[in-house]
Design a protein around this ligand. Structure first.
Ligand code: HEM
Length: 123
């Protein structure tokens, strides 16, 4: 994931998350799960997490501690439909912000694995 950071940097990751949240806000399945009055903070948490995970600034850890992502997703109903929608919006966002290989491939693999790990509900 360090390669991702070298290729697209903090700027690229912020742009990606911005494009992603633009889609989440409009999405019938995902948007109701998010805090509608604080999109900016939610967007900041995902961006900071990805920056940290790719070897950049530790801001996420300083502010949120250990990610414990699966536990932090337990309050939300995440089945295959939610997983697949999240991944679709992220794919579109990578296209929009022109993330090229190898970063696009590394990120797509990481997102697919992590999103599947977040599932906590059968259909
Ligand atoms: C599988 C479908 C997913 C759904 C439906 C989902 C939904 C959500 C929701 C509703 C939140 C709360 C918003 C907030 O206030 O921060 C959240 C937080 C978060 N999600 Fe996801 N998520 C999914 C997958 C992922 C994946 C694949 C990643 C990482 C690559 C991720 C990373 C995060 C992070 C870092 C936070 C903030 C955690 C915190 O510090 O509180 N999510 N997610």
């Amino acid at each position: 994931m360090n390669e991702v950071y070298q290729q697209i940097g903090e700027e690229g990751l912020n742009a990606l998350v911005c494009a992603f949240y633009k889609r989440v806000k409009e999405d019938d399945l995902l948007s109701p799960m998010y805090p509608s009055d604080d999109w900016e903070s939610a967007q900041g948490r995902l961006a900071d997490f990805l920056i940290y995970r790719c070897g950049g600034s530790q801001k996420y850890i300083e502010e949120r501690g250990h990610p414990r992502l699966r536990m932090r997703h337990m309050p939300f109903h995440i089945g295959t439909a939610e997983r697949d929608r999240w991944l679709k919006l992220m794919r579109e966002s990578m296209e929009e912000t022109k993330v090229e290989p190898p970063a696009s491939k590394l990120l797509a693999e990481f997102f697919a694995q992590t999103a599947d790990f977040m599932r906590n509900a059968s259909e």
